[in-house]
Design a protein around this ligand. Structure first.
Ligand code: C2O
Ligand code: CU
Length: 464
């Protein structure tokens, strides 16, 4: 069985725990009195895959043996155990983007765990407290490993089924390929010092403009996950109405119509599409981020109409976030800027050897053993306001590990008060966000344009 096909098999009952995960299979074991642990094994490796018209691409990295990574699905609060076995020729780790988990499971080399060397294993176990659309990716030599393909989706299902008719996950990303379908230079330093280097071939679930079937007249849930290292997508739907029900995993208090939604690197959007009643009709998801709009995917209505209405779409149950106390919150300014300071190249995790960017004037590539002092020290249980100041002419999707934060305000636009782990901060904008420091440890905070992350726009918050 390939690791891409995930099935659930209850192997044991009663009080025994199956200790070893079988590579490629997903096992379910039962702990006495506890929820079942979903176990799986993931092995990043090098494969070949037909991504572009020009030819089969070599040196693709995947978490599966034949194509893109398996979509992992667990239920909210259900324990998940993933054994990473490193089948690459270089060290790696897995970071669970957006999941609030114990610091030791966060996947940041040196800061939270040792590097996982070739052929070594590392066991990640955690119980996702929040339902929603999440993803996982490496956190060492990230520009190379992610640009070559490493990323997978992690879907945390609501404890109670919200009642949609279909659920389609879309992994959006570009590839830097030449006409022959082979990888070209992954970045150009003069772009790295600007908005970042864009890919040349654009895919959804590793396919160009794929079609999916969805029941006619249904409410179909699309889970859009931007795993690209650079591109900010601008999404719209043609041929049917769409409602956004969640952003970055977290439910909106009230669903909003979809209209050119910006979704940046690391971000997610859950969109409900009311499929047409007529069998064979197409709905098109489009991306307007480039001068020539791109078809992200087409959905084809199949079968008799389910006759659902967008009015049936109720807000999803909110995730269990601690509400920050703004009256007592301390303020932490975080300034994102360019820098002229050059720090020595680190020999770890594919440091690009440039420092173009800084947080609070300090450049750091984010995955080296020589971490600077934390950007700030937070006290467990206290509330904080992070002021995200973008003092550059480029947008930066700012991501925090281990804790979610609530958008408070922007000095440039209206912001819905949503919870997120990745906030877009536009040129010269200041976005204030709030959180309760409710998770102990050192938590990375960085731009999710991976070239920016790796050329200085990284730091961390310490919660003690
Ligand atoms: Cu998805 Cu540190 O990132
Ligand atoms: Cu950036």
């Amino acid at each position: 069985m390939s690791s891409a096909s995930i099935t659930r098999r209850a192997l044991l009952s009663g009080g025994t725990v199956l200790a070893s995960a079988v590579a490629g299979n997903l096992l379910v074991s039962k702990l006495a009195g506890a929820k079942e642990m979903v176990r799986t094994a993931i092995e990043p490796r090098e494969i070949e895959f037909a991504l572009a018209a020009g030819g089969v691409t070599r040196n693709v990295y995947s978490y599966a043996d034949r194509g893109p990574a398996p979509v992992l699905r667990v239920k909210q609060g259900e324990p998940l155990g993933v054994r990473l076995r490193n089948g690459l020729a270089e060290p790696t780790t897995i970071h669970w983007h957006g999941i609030r988990l114990p610091n030791a499971m966060d996947g940041v080399p040196f800061l939270t765990q040792p590097l996982v060397q070739p052929n070594e294993t590392f066991d990640y176990t955690f119980s996702p407290p929040d339902a929603g659309s999440y993803w996982y990716h490496p956190h060492c030599n990230s520009l190379v490993q992610m640009s070559h393909g490493l990323a997978g989706l992690l879907i945390v299902e609501e404890a109670k089924d919200p009642g949609f008719d279909a659920d389609i996950a879309l992994n959006l990303r570009d590839w830097r390929l030449g006409d022959d379908g082979q990888f070209i230079a992954l970045y150009a330093p003069r772009q790295t010092a600007r908005a970042g280097t864009y890919g040349t071939v654009r895919t959804t679930n590793w396919r160009r403009e794929p079609d999916y079937d969805a029941p006619s007249g249904s409410l179909t849930r699309l889970r859009v996950v931007v795993t690209d290292v650079t591109r900010v997508y601008k999404l719209a739907i043609e041929g049917a109405p769409g409602l956004i029900i969640a952003l970055d995993g977290n439910p909106l208090p009230k669903p909003m119509p979809l209209d050119n939604l910006a979704v940046g690197p690391g971000q997610r959007a859950d969109i409900i599409v009311r499929m047409p009643d007529t069998e064979g009709a197409f709905v098109t998801v489009r991306d307007f981020s480039s001068p020539t709009p791109l078809t992200v995917a087409r959905l084809r209505a199949v079968g008799a109409s389910r006759k659902r209405g967008l009015g049936d779409v109720k807000p999803l149950p909110l995730n269990p976030m601690a509400e920050p106390d703004l009256a007592t919150a301390a303020t932490i300014p975080l300034v994102f800027s360019a820098t002229a300071e050059q720090i020595p190249k680190s020999q770890y995790c594919g440091d690009l050897g440039y420092s173009f960017w800084a947080i609070n004037s300090t450049p750091w590539p984010g995955s080296s053993p020589d971490a600077q002092a934390p950007l700030a020290e937070l006290k467990l249980g206290r509330s904080y306001i992070l002021e995200l100041h973008n003092r550059t002419p480029h947008p930066h999707p700012i991501h925090l590990h281990g804790m979610s934060f609530k958008l408070l305000r922007s000095d440039k636009r209206d912001l819905a008060p949503v919870w997120t782990d990745t906030a877009m901060v536009y040129p010269d904008e200041r976005v204030d966000v709030a959180l309760v420091a409710d998770n102990l440890g050192d938590w990375l905070l960085h731009c999710h344009v991976i070239e920016h992350q790796e050329t200085g726009m990284s730091g961390y918050l310490r919660v003690t």
